[in-house]
Design a protein around this ligand. Structure first.
Ligand code: C2E
Ligand code: MG
Ligand code: MG
Length: 442
């Protein structure tokens, strides 16, 4: 019978892996799988010490029993695996005698097993497991290196639907590129190189630009412009997202206040990052910026993604309440991409739903299902007394589709991409002077 061994400390785990690497020649191969259970640490904070210990025991039992099942059923091997707890929510399994292909299958099944809900005192809890895998000795001549590389793969796994990733040398190169980017971003923040660009939003009732979305751009000294797709993930990981988002919020509020003073009042929407939304004083900070800028609060709209709200709807409600009371508008961004609970949604006082642009793209391809989803979102918004913005509108037919179904706002390249503040102000002035219709503006 296969016996699974569990050790409590990282040193013993490392010694075993080191021993394996020394004992076996080049031909041998074993896998180190590092597992992270994303929601575990937060959950433990809500438990008393005894409950914490019992729950960790339950998790460890699931890890060992799943490892045993996968060994027996999937990879059919006889060597003994070793499990260890490396951190609060981090575990590792060393499985000697596996080829890389078997290691991938092993980790895939382990990830799936650990993502099954845990039964705990009448509740079903899902912990959100991710796995990173590195091979010994191929990915390191000592345990520390192999574990470091498995952790690197774990970081990359968080961006994959499979929730599992094998280490490759290109991950090493990506990690170096990320560190370099992070260092450059710190300097860029000090030099004020992150600026808000503004994308027009058209009110379909009037056909005019009556609002805009502030989108971050990194303007390098050589005038090259970097889009958020590249720097937001690094900013989120490094914590730089907070000063960056604050800078964009400040710039957006000051610019919108100056347009209002010039007789061109325009609502401005600002994206909120997950990290920002989690800070204690989020609402307080936003309201201070609005007040300093002299902006009417109802000219500011905060775009919060569906996943940020649904992670903890009760907390979301507490956070947004003071903003609501002050008159700030609230929008759910990228709606349709996450998993919204309709019950939670109906309790949250949002003003606006933004239909994610993927549905508009699908509509373009004649996808009947996308049309049905858009119609459903519009009906839902009507019931909940919310306005709808369709994002990523690139063709006239899409505007007609939206307008015919009562969508209030559109935004997309058909009307223009995000432009610097001065250029956007010029658009507003032209519109006011010439009473340009949205069609002409396109
Ligand atoms: P988002 O908030 O959903 O913004 C819409 C994105 O769609 C923008 O990309 C915009 O340029 C792009 N877009 C607009 N119209 C069209 C169109 O007609 N066709 C296509 N294909 N794309 C269109 P961008 O500026 O690259 O921003 C990407 C994401 O980065 C944003 O998605 C937002 O989640 C995030 N982001 C941007 N600025 C900030 C910021 O200041 N703070 C935070 N936290 N996130 C930001
Ligand atoms: Mg947005
Ligand atoms: Mg969006």
């Amino acid at each position: 019978m296969i016996q699974l061994r569990v050790c409590r400390d990282q040193d013993r785990f490392s010694r075993e892996v080191d021993f394996f690497i020394l004992q076996q020649g080049e031909g041998a191969s074993g896998a180190v799988v590092v597992v992270e259970l994303q929601r575990l640490a937060k959950l433990m904070q809500t438990f008393d010490p005894i409950a914490s210990r019992d729950f960790i025991r339950l998790v460890a039992e699931r890890l060992t029993s799943s490892t045993r099942t996968v060994e027996r059923v999937v990879v059919r091997r006889r060597e003994q695996s070793l499990c260890a707890r490396l951190g609060v929510a981090e575990f590792a399994v060393f499985a000697p005698g596996l080829s890389q292909a078997d290691a991938a299958r092993f980790a895939q099944h382990l990830t799936a097993a650990l993502n099954q809900p845990f039964e705990w005192r009448g509740h079903k809890l899902t912990l959100g497991a991710f796995c990173g895998v590195a091979m010994a000795p191929r990915d390191g001549r000592d345990a520390d290196t192999v574990v470091r590389h498995a952790r690197m793969a774990l970081g990359a796994a968080q961006n994959t639907p499979a929730r599992m990733k094998l280490y490759t040398q290109s991950l090493d190169r990506e990690a170096v590129a990320r560190i370099t980017l992070e260092r450059e971003m710190r300097g860029a923040l000090e030099r004020n190189e992150f600026r808000a660009y503004f994308q027009p939003k058209i009110n379909l009732a009037t056909g005019k630009i009556e609002a805009c979305e502030a989108l971050a751009r990194w303007i390098r000294p050589d005038r090259t412009i970097i889009s958020p797709g590249r720097f937001i993930p690094v900013a989120e990981e490094s914590g730089l997202i907070s000063p960056l988002s604050d800078a964009i919020l400040r710039e957006a509020c000051w610019k919108a206040a100056s347009w209002a003073r010039a007789g061109l009042p325009t609502k401005v929407a600002v994206n909120v990052s997950a990290l920002q939304f989690k800070t204690e004083r989020f609402a307080e900070n936003v309201l201070r910026v609005v007040q300093h800028a002299g902006l009417a609060p109802n000219n500011l709209e905060l775009e919060i993604t569906e996943s940020m709200v649904m992670e903890d709807p009760d907390r979301a409600l507490r956070v947004i309440q003071p903003l609501r009371e002050a008159g700030v508008r609230l929008a759910i961004d990228d709606f349709g991409c996450g998993h919204s609970s309709l019950a939670a949604l109906s309790k949250l006082p949002f003003d606006v739903i933004k239909i994610d642009q993927q549905f508009v793209r699908q509509l373009e391809r004649g996808d009947g299902q996308a049309a049905a989803i858009i119609e459903m979102i519009l009906a839902l918004a009507r019931t909940l007394d919310m306005e709808v913005v369709a994002e990523g509108v690139e063709r006239k037919q899409e505007v007609e589709f939206m307008a015919a179904r009562g969508c209030e706002w559109v935004q997309g390249f058909l009307y223009g991409a995000a432009v610097p503040a001065a250029e956007f102000a010029e658009m507003l002035r032209r519109q006011a002077g010439e009473d340009v219709t949205a069609e002409d503006a396109a």
